[in-house]
Design a protein around this ligand. Structure first.
Ligand SMILES: NC(=O)c1ccc[n+]([C@@H]2O[C@H](COP(=O)([O-])OP(=O)(O)OC[C@H]3O[C@@H](n4cnc5c(N)ncnc54)[C@H](O)[C@@H]3O)[C@@H](O)[C@H]2O)c1
Length: 367
């Protein structure tokens, strides 16, 4: 029997924009649904623990053949998953990242999302992944805010004014519906200005640009951290307001007492356990994880037995309703997130279905 023809739909960033990749309220709802699947366990990620963030190419310190030499934010990463529920697909987010890209006018990382039929392996969609990833990354603290922030939260404090913290802020606003003001700190005023312009335009909220991290933190009901580079923002525990939700999409420099004082939630603690196991096997030692795990400050404490991991709870169970979530309005909560391919798959699949309905994209005959 001759093999049937296999078609793949190629979707560009423009195609994705036309089907609403930037629709944050919808993205938050889709990602909330994925957390419910995580709570049920209807998913798999890579590796024997079924929960690996991804498989990374760590470039060497010294020149070997033509292999690129390591540098700031320089890596390749393949992030693979199966996602159940209404999706029942496998897929991958695959990216290369290099801080030097910015000098060439390129984004720091360049991402591709691939969706495969879970039975046959057919790659039925290959998609431009940057916007999918930025939106799904932001949507995670959006879902966390909906389920863990104090009711009536009004002020977002944002540390870092890059692409990711813009989507985080849009999602926190979408997740809560009560945000009236954002306070932004970034060492580069032009970055803060760009954040302020976008938040005013898209959310119609007041935006205050401040010159210290403390000012961005101390009035905030929800804090979102997403900075790049080697210097994690320093946050003192006493700056945290009563009832705050601090979301760590990127790492922060915080004292151990913050992690004892606050209730701890993760996007999926099993993935952070996999980070810990990888860190302990890494030839450069556990600290090699600092550059890839936004939860590094917490996983380091767990690895050193300074925090008992049993107290760390999962957002999926809160969304599913098997964990009660926030205890009261005074409780201070830290939420860590590390990035999961299941989220790229869900948002990618949602957009793929819309693109098919609209006849968008370019069909490619695989064989
Ligand atoms: N958890 C996830 O799923 C996930 C996914 C994607 C990216 N990230 C993380 O999000 C972070 C931000 O990514 P991005 O693409 O927006 O980067 P970006 O380079 O576009 O923006 C980061 C901003 O942070 C600012 N910054 C640097 N150090 C700072 C400091 N100490 N205090 C305040 N601001 C500071 C920079 O000036 C810049 O404006 C990265 O750490 C990245 O690894 C996490």
């Amino acid at each position: 029997m001759p093999a049937p023809s296999v078609k793949t739909l190629l979707l560009s960033q423009d195609d994705l924009i036309r089907v609403g990749v930037q629709d944050m309220p919808e993205c938050v709802n889709v990602i909330e649904g994925v957390f419910e699947l995580l709570g049920k366990g209807d998913y798999m990620m890579g590796g024997p623990r079924e929960n690996e963030h991804g498989q990374m190419i760590w470039f060497p310190e010294e020149k070997r053949f033509n292999i690129p030499v390591t540098g700031p934010d320089r890596r390749f990463m393949a992030m693979i998953a199966y996602l159940g529920g209404e999706y029942n697909i496998c897929g991958e987010k695959w990216y290369g990242s290099n801080a030097e890209n910015k000098k060439k006018g390129l984004p720091r990382s360049i991402l591709t999302t691939i969706l495969n039929d879970a039975d046959t392996g057919i790659p039925f969609a290959i998609m431009s992944g940057n916007m999918i990833s930025a939106m799904r990354t932001g949507a995670v603290p959006g879902v966390a805010s909906r389920h863990l922030a104090r009711k009536g939260s009004r002020v977002v404090g944002a540390i870092g004014a890059g692409v990711i913290n813009k989507t985080c802020t849009l999602a926190i606003a979408a997740g809560l519906g009560t945000i009236e003001e954002a306070v932004i700190y970034d060492p580069f005023p032009a970055a803060s200005q760009s954040y302020a312009n976008e938040m005013k335009e898209k959310l119609g909220i007041k935006v205050r640009m401040v010159e210290t991290i403390r000012e961005a933190v101390e009035d905030a009901d929800v804090i979102t951290i997403a900075t790049s580079g080697e210097n994690f923002p320093r946050i003192e525990t006493e700056w945290l307001k009563k009832g705050v939700l601090l979301t760590m999409t990127g790492a922060a420099d915080m004292d151990e007492d913050a992690f004892h004082k606050c209730t701890l939630f993760a996007d999926n603690w099993k993935m952070h356990q996999a980070f810990i196991a990888d860190g302990n096997e890494h030839p450069k030692g556990f600290s090699a994880l600092e550059v890839i795990a936004p939860s590094y400050p917490l996983i380091k404490l767990v690895n050193e037995d300074k925090i008992d991991e049993k107290i760390i709870r999962n957002l999926g169970e809160v969304v599913l309703g098997t964990d009660p979530g926030r205890k009261d309005d005074d409780e201070q909560i830290i939420f860590v997130t590390g990035g999961m391919p299941v989220h790229d798959l869900a948002w990618g699949m949602t957009l793929y279905r819309k693109a098919v309905a609209k006849g968008l994209g370019q069909e490619f005959t695989f064989f």
